[in-house]
Design a protein. Structure first.
Length: 202
């Protein structure tokens, strides 16, 4: 085996830990709501997160998109993005909120969660560390609450949540800045560490 071959990425070294983003909106007064956003527009939104749409299925309540890196679920007043690998779903949040604003929808709840990365050194900013994720999230969702579930040195589950009642100012809808760092704990202002077994159903 030559040097070039040894430098190839092991196909088994895929980051399968899922990043989950949920945004729920208020102001829906009937009609399709977020479901009126066209597939090509979702593809543009998701391209910022480094993934793309492969297929879509529709039901009475939801549009379910199969992505190159997991899935997207769109309801009339809610969108849920689940991605893995080296995707950057936080960069897709601002475009989603801006499209919703054009539909007279306002953010009501925002949630972001993930488990501990297997290969944190391969992630792209702002997902390179929990600290950088929280810093980026607080720029858009001021007053949001963030927690780390699990014990020091053991498996952890990271969560960030924001609700409209938590703050009254306007949201900053610029995509988060990208930065590079290694994974680490972040226990700054607004952070909580809960010593309990992570629940992957969050």
């Amino acid at each position: 085996m030559n040097l070039d071959q040894t430098q190839l990425v092991n196909p088994g070294d895929y980051e399968g830990q899922e990043k989950r983003v949920r945004v729920a909106f208020s102001g829906h007064r009937g009609g399709p709501g977020l479901r009126s956003i066209r597939r090509e527009d979702w593809n543009t939104i998701l391209s910022a997160a480094a993934c793309s749409i492969l297929s879509v299925a529709h039901s009475d309540e939801c549009d379910a998109y199969v992505l190159s890196e997991s899935s997207l679920f769109v309801y009339r007043d809610e969108a849920v993005i689940k991605t893995c690998g080296t995707t950057v779903p936080l960069t897709a949040v601002a475009p989603v909120v801006n499209h919703a604003k054009n539909l007279d929808l306002s953010p009501r709840v925002f949630e972001y969660s993930r488990s501990e990365y297997r290969f944190p050194h391969e992630q792209v900013g702002p997902h390179t560390s929990w600290e950088h994720e929280v810093e980026a999230l607080l720029q858009t969702w001021p007053g949001g609450k963030h927690s780390v579930l699990g014990s020091q040195g053991g498996p952890s589950w990271y969560t960030f949540s924001w609700a409209a009642l938590q703050q009254e100012g306007s949201l900053s809808l610029s995509p988060p800045a990208q930065s590079l760092s290694h994974e680490g704990d972040y226990e700054g202002e607004g952070s909580t560490r809960l010593s309990q077994t992570p629940d992957s159903s969050f």
